[in-house]
Write a protein that binds this ligand. Structure first.
Ligand SMILES: *Cc1c(COP(=O)(O)O)cnc(C)c1O
Length: 468
């Protein structure tokens, strides 16, 4: 049997781009600009590299969208999907049904998650999982006869997904500007972004100050009206914002003191990215709910979920009655089988442990050396998530006399030309490479970063920018 994945493999790039532009509306894309720049047609990938339709190779320092943790091209995951499709391609988990992949994956995740977090509600994405969290938190408090505890507090510049609820939880002003977001009863406080907003405070003072904004907000609204606080351990899409060490312990204390649930959105930080199975461990916090997706299957299948605490699971069980919520593809058997195989590989090849002990240390040392580059105001990194702040004036952390984000886009395009996928968020450049990246590939990554920053600096100088 000859199986073709797409009849459009091996077609000329210009043909593919034309047709794509005609019929495909892309996520988070300016189509007016896309028409001029043309989409990059990615056709295959292996390890930490992707290849476009013209055979050009790129080091993918973003793991796709922060998800391909075990790297590209692992045949075991393809075989797991094939076997499961042959055995049971689909069945639902509504109406008192279940299936082996759902059962095995749930018990596996429960064994890896922080203690007390032992029950999983599944979705096909991080956005859907956070939709679940909004409804679950409110249903939980209503089950305890506290229906007024509806408000969820989040942060400005947070990213929790793109659906109506998840986009509302997020604090992206560009997203809120479209489509009537946020929905009611979601409140945003300031983020722990020291480089951009810390002014003269030390990172420690600033971290504490930003955490205390949560307590102020709770006191203002009354804890009887607040259900939960949600945060990414490290903000990803917001620009790899690594909070000062003083931030999370204080947030944890405040949630406990005021009887507010803590939701850690670990869609990026989960499954090894910070050198632990969960980012909460690296910040020493005990959330009540953890959002997962992305690295759960290393992106090989769309699957996500909410890991919930025994306290919440037991409350719902005791109260009885349905939680009137679910997705056709909750615990999809093929996605679950692929996630299981992904976790098996992370586990047996000790990938998380290696990230913790060696890979992240090696990358960190190289990455922090970027602090000496004239274009860099700050290089920061934790685990396998790093950022650099571009600036014309290191000592004052100043912005460029250009439109915000223009220097970032210039730098990103130079990176792409040089065969490096590094993302720009405003004037920050960010990386989140596959966890299996080898030392020699980290060296290659750093060479490409330095080369691209040097070229970007010359380009900016030609635009009249002077560096101090
Ligand atoms: C990507 C992301 C989401 C949304 O996940 P989707 O699968 O794109 O819906 C939610 N939270 C965080 C922290 C993310 O990085």
């Amino acid at each position: 049997m000859d199986i073709t994945t797409s009849n459009f493999n091996n077609k000329p790039t210009s043909f593919l781009q034309e047709l794509d532009l005609r019929h495909h509306l892309h996520p988070f894309t300016d189509h007016k600009e896309l028409k001029i720049k043309k989409p990059k047609v990615v056709v295959r990938a292996n390890g930490v590299f992707i290849f476009d339709n013209d055979g050009k190779k790129y080091l993918d320092a973003m793991s796709g969208l922060w998800c391909v943790n075990i790297g590209y091209g692992r045949k075991e995951l393809a075989l797991a999907a094939q076997k499961q499709m042959e055995e049971l391609p689909y069945y639902n988990t509504f109406f008192q049904s279940t299936h082996p992949p759902a059962i095995e994956l749930s018990s596996k995740i429960a064994s890896l998650a922080p203690k007390d977090l032992n029950t999983i509600f599944y979705s096909s994405s991080g956005s859907e999982a956070n939709e679940t969290n909004i409804r679950l938190v409110r249903h939980y408090w209503a089950s305890l006869n506290k229906p007024s505890k509806k408000v969820i507090i989040s942060r400005k510049n947070a990213y929790h997904g793109s659906s109506i609820g998840a986009g509302s939880l997020g604090g992206m002003s560009s997203m809120h500007a479209q489509g009537g977001l946020p929905i009611p009863d979601i409140i945003h406080i300031n983020q722990p972004y020291w480089y951009g907003e810390g002014e003269n405070l030390s990172p420690e003072e600033f971290g504490k100050k930003r955490a205390l904004e949560l307590e102020d907000k709770i006191n203002e609204l009354g804890s009887e009206n607040i259900g939960a606080f949600i945060g990414e351990p490290i903000q990803g899409a917001g620009g790899v914002i690594i909070p000062p060490d003083t931030y999370w312990p204080e947030i944890q204390r405040i949630c406990k003191d005021h009887n507010i649930l803590l939701i850690a959105d670990e869609v990026i930080c989960g499954f090894g990215r910070l050198g632990f199975w969960f980012g909460s461990e690296s910040f020493n916090i005990q959330p009540d709910i953890i959002t997962i997706a992305k690295g759960l299957s290393s992106g090989y299948q769309p699957i996500g979920g909410s890991i919930i605490s025994d306290k919440i699971a037991q409350t719902l069980e005791k109260k009885g009655g349905e939680f009137n919520h679910g997705y056709t593809y909750s615990a999809h058997p093929v996605a679950a089988a692929v996630a299981l195989e992904n976790i098996r590989i992370l586990d047996e090849e000790k990938i998380v442990e290696k990230v913790h002990k060696t890979t992240s240390k090696y990358l960190e040392e190289k990455w922090l050396s970027l602090n000496d580059h004239p274009l860099v105001g700050e290089a920061r990194i934790k685990g396998m998530m790093g950022a650099i702040e571009l600036t014309p004036d290191k000592s004052h952390r100043s912005a460029f006399p250009l439109n915000e984000g223009q220097a970032g886009i210039i730098t990103r395009e130079i990176c792409i030309k040089n065969g490096l996928i590094m993302r720009a968020v405003g004037d920050k450049m960010i990386i989140s490479p596959p966890l299996i990246i080898k030392k020699c590939e980290i060296n290659e990554l750093m060479d490409l970063v330095y080369k691209s920053l040097d070229e970007s600096k010359s380009h900016l100088e030609k635009l009249g920018i002077s560096f101090r």
